[in-house]
Every structure is written in structure tokens, then in C-alpha cells.
Design a protein around this ligand. Sequence first.
Ligand code: MG
Length: 381
Amino acid sequence: MKLSILGSTGSIGTQSLDVARLYPEIEIEALTTNRRIDVLESQIREFKPKLAVVTSEDMARDLKVKVADTNTRVLAGRKSLIEAATLDTADTVLNSLVGMVGLDPTFHAIKAGKKIALANKETLVVGGELIMRTAKENGIEIKPVDSEHSAIYQSLMGNDKSGVKRLVLTASGGPFFGKSRDELQSVTAADALKHPNWDMGQKITIDSATMMNKGFEVIEAVHLFGVPADRVDVVVHRESIIHSMVEYVDNSVIAQLGVPDMRIPIQFALTDPARFESPVSQLNLAKIGNLSFYEPDLDTFGCLRICRDAIALSGITPCAVNGANERAVDLFLHGKIGFLQIEEIAQKAYDKFRGEYNCIEDLLECDKEARRMVDEQYGVD
Ligand code: MG
């Protein structure tokens, strides 16, 4: 396999390289980062990719000096990110970028006939119809890396899809499970960044705390598996051992279980349908003892409801909710707005943006407008 990893220095990216390290038949063709140049330098030395892409020309200049003794070409900017996604010599692209920025590279990688291992959920949240249609036209199957979707993918294997009654996504509930809205008024970014089970990047950890992440995953599941949103349910499962389930018409439920470690879904997205040994710990249910389940609290965590409403409308509305949320999370992380204002902002984007889209450019424009709306209303330059 000749693999390009977009976002190679983040949580999913580094764990993907952990997987690649175990399997020499995985050759790394391109790596990209938007901030951690030092980590990228050591990845370049170890995996010898043909191409490395960073965000800015300044970063590229620094990196070129650092890796002058290697054969890796260094480029900068969004266009170059697409070059990394479509590199001739690669056959597979693992997209672990964070946010809307992942949409365009996924689209072009599909067009270029690459196999896709998708960790960037915003690709499907924002442009699910377009991406799935383009994948179908190009004969490309998108392999989910998100743990819930990998679990559903695995629980669907060998079964007739016409027998599916509903998909059940599990949610950890995040750090604020059981809290009231009153208590959520004053929580800080540091509180929100303490996730009980998963070690993830900042953006997705905040999305997990608001449960926006689970809302996005409902939308992602609708597109990936072609099941309408009213047949995608969410159950809070505090231990994150059952990664998600499929219920069939005979009320038989098939689930995938494992310790919460992203290297399992990453590896399976790359090796499917083959399975290989993994350094991930074995699941010891007797030691865990109990698994607990709860209904999600949609009154306290409104972002999940907003996502359900947005996917029901489809068109540009999910894109607007995503763009506003990305900006809101950024403002929250910088202490500029309160935790509950993230939901308030997402609701405003939901209320304001309606209509269809035809192409990637329409989505990029909608994203920009949604961010502008946030900046105008919350007084940020
Ligand atoms: Mg997930």
C-alpha cells in the first residue's frame, strides 16, 4: 500500500503512523501538518515520504532547511494539500485533517481514484451528498476511521442491508455528562478538555463535550451507510467499550467491542477485510465489570438536536452549522465566549442558512458566511 496521510502530526495522524510502523508493506508517500514542524521533520526522517506539505510559506522555508539532506519535497498552502491528496504514486489517502479544510482534499482524492480512509468527519457533515455521489461515480469506497462508523461498518459485514432496522451510535457523554445547564454556564476550556476515555485533539474534544461531535457522527452515518437520520439513534455508553451497533429487523443487535484505542479502527480501515495483530490491549470484560447506558440529554446538550434538525433539511444547513461551530470552538478555546454560547451560535447558523448547493465552491462560500456571521455577532475582529 502506498499511503498519503493528511494531518500526520495530530492524534489520528501519529497513531496512523504507529500502524504503518508495524507493517513495512505500508509505504508513506506524503505527509502534511498545519503546525508541528518538528514532529513532521522526525516523521520525514523515519518514513521518507516523497512530499511534505505545511500551511504557510514561512513554515515551508523552515522545514526545507531542516530536511535539506533528505529527498522529500516540501510545499506550502491549500493547493499543495490537494497535491498531497492526489499524488500519482499513492493509492490510498488517509484524511485526518481537522475541520472543513478536509473537504476539498477528500473530493480531489476521490476524483483522482484514490482509496479513502476517512477520519475527517467534516468532509461528510458539510458535503455528504456531493462526496458520496462523487465516490460512487468514481467507484471509490470510503472506509470509515471514526471508531463508531468503523464499528457499524464491521457490524454490517456479511449481512443483507435490507435487514437493517437502525444504527445505534454510542456516545461517551463527554466530561460534562450528568451536568445541568446551570452548571455548564461557567465551565472552562480546561474543564472541557478533560475527556474521560479518548485521547483526541482539542477541536474534537470540545465537540465531544458539547455533543456536537455525536451530532456530526449522526450526519456522517446517514451519508456513509445510506440510512435516514430517524433510523440513526444515539445511546450514551460511559465506558466506550461498545463502539456502536446495528439492529436488524429481527431485533438481533450486532456490535463491535474493544478497548478505546483508535489504532484498531485506523488499522482496519487500511487492511479491510484482512485482520492483523495489533499492539492494542486485549479487551478484558471481567475486569471492566459493568457497562452502563443512558438516554442522551437533548435539553442540556442541544448541539445533537441541532445536527438532527440540520440533516433533516440537508442542503447547505449542515455546512453552516459546522462553519459556525468551528469558529465558536475556536473562540471558546481562546476564552472569548462561554461554553453554552457554542450551542447558541450553532442554533443561529441553523436558523439563518437554507438552500441547496451544487459544488464545492458553494460550500466554501457558505462556510465563510457562517464564520462571518459569528464574528459579526460576537464582536470579534
Ligand atoms: Mg467518534
